[in-house]
Design a protein around this ligand. Structure first.
Ligand code: PRX
Length: 637
């Protein structure tokens, strides 16, 4: 039997050959890779799909448990190899290390606790935790027994948490008393309690003691983590799952309505995240890989938990933030753990670049072999700074394009193997068939072109549905262009076939790498008693990539007071979370609208970006005079 490492592509020629093979013989290509994993029962068919439904199944009728592949399999060969190195928020706290053996034991123990609570295959479990090892343990414990985890980022508000718990009908919530984030302490349990007031399905709440702050306690519902696992066995037989059984739900913002619970399944997701992890980062057995994301996002799921563990890798997980106690923290951690692969977001790079390079020069970063970027387009300045100051002009940079929906990376160079090009994600990975189309969905055949990205063939990691709303899944991703997956991004292609992602083509704005729909933010603003209507748009920001601007119409009866600004921002923080708070608010008497009443966001975006001279023809608007009023208002901002 082959090992997954036999499929590591080590030369441009090997990449080309694999790519060709993945197109010409797709099923054989993925079957060979999948056969390096441990299956309880082999699949009957590699791929069955019909995107007119849409339906996608990989490794049909294959049986497995992903934790066997992420843990047991490695315990059998290298039980004492470190799976996880946990770096706490405070550098004076103790680093925790989990070997594959001790991680499996902790996962099994917690899984037994879940079973004792009656949690079984298919039940949904919500996890709302800080970046501590117990978050990884909780995630894997769910997967061990076939419960579907739904991790909610611990920066979300109680309302956002409640919406997500209710949408998935979660039976149990796992949280912590509090979370440390830099010099802040966040009262997670209090936020969770508030959410649970709105959630009928959650019967128990498991609370890890992290900050030791005082919390409200309800004996009927709350259980301390340490009591929950007390005396439980460190063995737990894995529940055998169908390749297409759901593994997790992860919510992402849409351009309209409530968040979309993307459903990922066991078999294809495992194969895809492991294959892409190993190839994009060119992982080697003794490497120390560090992804700075939070497990509350897809990057954390795919490239901090499942991908690296499926490859038997050693990962650093960090609880804190790059600025605490000082802006040198990332480099201190890189030196301390001799990090070989470092994977972060452009927004972090831009924030770091604002600080003196002296903060880097004190540290030995010579172990670094690969730098990665994810989550938003990386601009030239940020790319060059990363290359010069962190990579010392000799470390390859992989700019990885993908989404919550895609499960894993779709477009990227392979570190040090295929050509990189600053600000370009470069080429589709094996198995990924990209087509650039125009607005009517017609494929653009010229090499050098700009258009809308679509993918016209399934890959194993694609999300299979939106939880409870397959119709929406069809509408959002498969209806814009028939027979193609539509990710919502635009792209530019150069003469060599390299892709540069130009940004969203819908009403989603990426702020500091967080995917935010403008509609839910507008809904939150409209909740304020003084507000009639609002429109939220993104505009370029030198650190966050994009920031949010809200145009707000107040009721005639309300007169403007400076406190309204903070009140509206607070409303957004309560409804969604602090990450969605608009940076700028302009109070206006109207919004530019078409004659059919549609808000002209394109105009609002241009105005927010300071491009009033590039508005084009506005004479067809219902109320062109409002544009002048907004320009005057902006001048006074
Ligand atoms: O617009 C693209 C942007 O982030 C979106 C996906 O966001 P999310 O589902 O939160 O996942 C982020 C982590 C994978 C995409 O539609 N995006 C992601 N990576 C890149 C990117 N834009 C440009 N370059 C990238 N490397």
């Amino acid at each position: 039997m082959n090992n997954l490492s036999d499929f590591q592509l080590k030369s441009p020629e090997a990449f080309q050959e694999a790519y060709r093979n993945s197109i010409d013989n797709s099923s054989e290509f993925w079957a060979e890779i999948a056969s390096t994993f441990q299956w309880h029962k082999p699949w009957k068919e590699v791929l069955k799909y019909d995107w007119s439904i849409p339906s996608t199944e990989w490794f049909v009728e294959g049986k497995l448990n992903i934790t066997v592949n992420c843990l047991d399999r490695h315990v059998n060969v290298h039980p004492e190899k470190e799976a996880l190195i946990w770096e706490p928020n405070d550098p004076n706290d103790t680093v925790q290390r989990y070997t594959y053996k001790s991680l499996l034991a902790a996962v099994c123990r917690f899984a037994n606790g879940l079973k004792n609570q009656g949690i079984k295959k298919g039940d949904r479990v919500c996890i709302y935790m800080p970046m501590i090892p117990e978050l990884t343990i909780a995630v894997l414990a769910c997967a061990r027994i076939g419960a579907v985890h739904s991790v909610v980022f611990a920066g979300f508000s109680s309302t956002a948490l409640a919406t997500r718990i209710n949408d998935a009908g979660c039976a149990l919530l796992i949280t912590a008393d509090g979370a440390f984030r830099g010099d802040k302490k966040i009262s997670l349990k209090a936020i969770a309690d508030e959410a649970l007031n709105e959630c009928d399905t959650v019967k128990k709440c498991i609370v890890f003691q992290r900050t030791f702050q005082s919390v409200e306690w309800d004996n009927r519902k709350d259980i301390w983590w340490h009591d929950f696992i007390d005396g439980l066995s460190e063995n737990c037989a894995p529940t055998i799952m169908d390749a297409e059984d759901p593994l997790f739900i992860l919510y992402t913002s849409g351009s309209t309505g409530k968040p979309k619970g993307m459903v990922h399944t066991c078999g294809g997701y495992m194969v895809y995240t492991a294959y892409t992890f190993m190839n994009v980062f060119q992982y080697q057995p003794n490497d120390i890989y560090w992804c700075t994301a939070d497990i509350g996002w897809i990057t954390g799921h795919s490239y901090m938990v499942y991908g690296p563990l499926a490859c038997g890798a050693t990962s650093v997980h960090f609880e804190g933030v790059p600025s605490y106690p000082k802006w040198n923290r990332f480099w201190e951690i890189c030196e301390k753990h001799k990090v070989t692969q470092f994977y972060t977001a452009p927004t972090a790079i831009r924030a770091l670049a604002k600080h003196p390079t002296k903060l880097i020069e004190d540290y030995d970063l010579s172990a670094l072999k690969v730098l990665g970027s994810v989550g938003e387009p990386i601009n030239d300045e940020a790319w060059n700074w990363y290359d010069t100051h962190i990579g010392k002009n000799k470390v390859p940079i992989v700019d990885t394009w993908w989404q919550t929906e895609t499960g894993g990376i779709l477009i990227s160079s392979l570190a040090g193997v295929t050509d990189q090009k600053p600000t370009f994600a470069t080429q589709p990975l094996p198995g990924i068939q990209v087509a650039l189309v125009d607005e009517k969905g017609r494929p653009i055949f010229e090499k050098e072109a700009e258009g809308i990205l679509t993918i016209n063939y399934p890959w194993p990691g694609i999300a299979r549905t939106i939880y409870g709303d397959h119709q929406r899944y069809k509408e959002v991703y498969f209806s814009a262009f028939e027979g193609r997956y539509f990710p919502g991004d635009g792209a530019l292609r150069d003469a060599d076939g390299n892709y540069r992602i130009t940004g969203r083509v819908d009403d989603v704005v990426i702020v500091s790498g967080h995917n935010l729909g403008t509609a839910p933010i507008e809904n939150a603003i409209n909740e304020h008693a003084a507000v009639v209507e609002s429109a939220v748009v993104g505009y370029p920001h030198d650190v966050k990539g994009n920031a949010l601007m809200a145009y707000v119409i107040l009721y005639d009866t309300v007169s403007y007071t400076p406190s309204l600004y903070e009140e509206i921002r607070k409303e957004v923080a309560v409804q969604i979370g602090p990450i969605a708070k608009p940076d700028r608010i302009l109070f206006v008497s109207g919004l530019p609208k078409t004659r059919s009443g549609k808000i002209m966001r394109r105009i609002l975006r241009k105005l927010a970006a300071g491009e009033a001279d590039q508005l084009g023809d506005i004479s067809t608007l219902l109320n062109p005079e409002i544009v002048e009023e907004i320009i005057v208002g902006l001048a006074k901002e």
